[in-house]
Design a protein around this ligand. Structure first.
Ligand code: GUN
Ligand code: FE
Length: 427
């Protein structure tokens, strides 16, 4: 990601993508063409009008759309893979909140976010929806670093005015004012690829008055929204107690115009969504960020993704670092498929396990739709591509391209094996 921009070019290699969830297209030795950041399509031979364009020949490598992470906490990256023996509410209090409080210190934020942004740059992820902390300055620093990483991302300053330690709790007024200052400051930066997103942490951390203020701010500034929803049984019970007037957890956001109806919204988890909640998610067009790795680590449960997909919900994948231990969306695909098998085996024999094609679709075009026309090589899609060299995985037999991609995902070849990455056509 050197920030190199070329008006038009083609990548040559084995191109794979999922235009539909049930269709993994495989195009051997094909050309995928980029013009001004937009995909022109995939061709067996270069069309006449593109005969002169620059071709980057990646030989036998696999060329796939970039991965989309619909839910990740940048300030939790530093403690990923530790403290994995709690459920959600204990984990927040004992591990997460004390770590996030450190981001009041800009030196710490700079070091920690520097590592985060560098690892995101090296990953197969091209788009991410990111939580910061309550701290405005540290979150702006995170935005600077994400802009430098080349990814396109939404970044949110978190809002919390109750049920949190003193070191990580704002007054309602300060939370609103700091959010406004954050929105203004991020607008002044004139970022090319980094956007602010409204980020009430979850209902237990946000009073009704704060949600009311955020609702006004959202209307005035036309921002998208991210939060958490129905992740854990104790959390759901707590929301019922804190907001008894809400019909269900998601209705608590919807009452304040923070649930898809008025603003593009992504909610992480939805493990315990009731029928009424699922109906509202569908009706309001809320995106569900399915975070299987986190749901295992925090023993949250298994989200019924098959049901959500079949019902027509918008679903993508999230790493949810540090509930999830890894920023790898390849890992998220694998976990989503494996969890769907356990769900089918133990809980519901009508909920067919996810196929590889469906898992890959969720990681690309499913989550990508939150960013517009993203996550596919169909003509008109933004040109986000990752080139994988899987030649280090030796095998004695012939493999199809579909088998090679499935293996690359299951074996986690989204590290050293990435040969190139393009976001909106920029390398
Ligand atoms: N709910 C509220 N905050 C968090 C968080 O940081 N991580 C997860 N997984 N769930 C949350
Ligand atoms: Fe989360």
């Amino acid at each position: 990601m050197g920030g190199l921009f070329m008006e038009q070019f083609a990548l040559k290699g084995n191109v794979l993508y999922t235009p539909r969830k049930d269709e993994l297209k495989t195009c051997p030795n094909a050309y995928v063409i980029c013009r001004e950041g937009i995909c022109e399509g995939v061709y067996e031979t270069l069309p006449e009008e593109f005969r002169e364009i620059h071709v980057m020949d990646f030989g036998d490598s696999l060329i796939i759309p970039g991965m989309v992470d619909l839910h990740i906490h940048a300030p939790q990256y530093a403690f990923r893979g530790t403290g994995m023996d709690c459920e959600l509410l204990d984990w927040l209090n004992t591990h997460t909140f004390p770590e996030e409080a450190k981001y009041a210190n800009l030196d710490y934020a700079s070091r920690a976010y520097g590592i985060f942004a560098d690892h995101m740059r090296k990953s197969a992820t091209t788009r991410a929806v990111i939580f910061g902390t309550i701290h405005r300055e540290a979150t702006l620093l995170l935005m600077d670093l994400m802009e430098g990483s080349g990814l396109v991302s939404y970044v949110g300053k978190v809002n919390m005015d109750r049920d949190s330690p003193d070191s990580l709790r704002e007054t309602t007024e300060a939370s609103a004012m700091e959010t406004l200052a954050f929105i203004r400051a991020s607008a002044e930066k004139n970022y090319q690829r980094t956007m602010p997103i409204l980020t009430p942490r979850f209902i237990p951390s946000c009073s009704d008055s704060l949600l009311e203020r955020l609702s006004e701010i959202r209307r005035a500034h036309d921002l998208p929204v991210q939060s958490h929803l129905s992740e854990n049984p104790e959390e759901v019970a707590l929301v019922k107690k804190l907001m008894p007037q809400a019909e269900f957890y998601g209705d608590g956001y919807d009452r304040f115009g923070l649930f898809g109806r008025e603003a593009k919204t992504v909610m992480a988890h939805c493990v315990y969504s009731t029928e009424a909640e699922v109906e509202r998610i569908l009706k309001n067009g809320v995106w569900v960020a399915h975070c299987p790795n986190s749901n295992m680590n925090l023993a949250s449960g298994i989200a019924p993704v098959r049901k959500y997909i079949d019902a027509g919900l918008r679903v993508g994948l999230g790493s949810d670092v540090a509930g999830g231990q890894s920023e790898s969306i390849f890992r998220a695909i694998t976990d989503a498929i494996q969890m769907s098998k356990i769900y089918w085996r133990y809980l519901d024999k009508t909920a067919r396990p996810l196929t590889f094609s469906e898992g890959f679709y969720l990681a690309t075009k499913g989550g990508g739709s939150f960013f517009g026309r993203v996550g596919s090589f169909e003509a008109g899609y933004e040109f986000d591509a990752v080139v994988l060299d899987d030649s280090s995985v030796v095998h004695p037999q012939e493999l199809t391209l579909a088998e090679r991609l499935e293996r690359a995902v299951y074996l986690g070849l989204d590290g050293e094996c990435i040969r190139a990455k393009f976001v909106r056509g920029v390398a």
